[in-house]
Each structure stands twice: as structure tokens, then as C-alpha cells.
Design a binder for this molecule. Sequence first.
Ligand code: 9UX
Length: 71
Amino acid sequence: MANQTLDVRGMTCQHCVNAVETSVGALDGVDNVNVDLDNGKVKVDYDDSKATVENIRDAIEEQGYEVIPQQ
Ligand code: 9UX
């Protein structure tokens, strides 16, 4: 099991939260998604034998949001 917290730009309303939670939550291997709208954070618990951080990033970007690269 793995956990990532991604910084995501562009989520401004509850519809954005739903779009991200639904799309990331639908990925194979993702167990839990939590969006912190105020701080622009997306926390994801996932099975890293089934999903990668790249899969998660792609799902968020497909919904039209920008994932800020980690330093
Ligand atoms: Mo409404 Mo959230 O257009 O981007 S879904 S602000």
C-alpha cells in the first residue's frame, strides 16, 4: 500500500472535488481519495502493485486540473 499527497491547481468548487474523487477513485488499485479543496491537496491511498503516481496524475489532468510537480 502506498500513499501520495499531490498538489493540484484549478480545483475551486465541489464539482471539481467530485470530478477528481470520481476519476481517481475509478482507477484500478486506488482504495481511497480525499480532496482538500482549501489547500489544493489530493491524498490518495493505493496499491502500488496496481497503480502508479503517473496513473493518478493522468486521471487528474484528464479532468482539466494541473498537478504541480514534486520537488
Ligand atoms: Mo465549476 Mo469547479 O466550472 O472547476 S467544476 S469551478
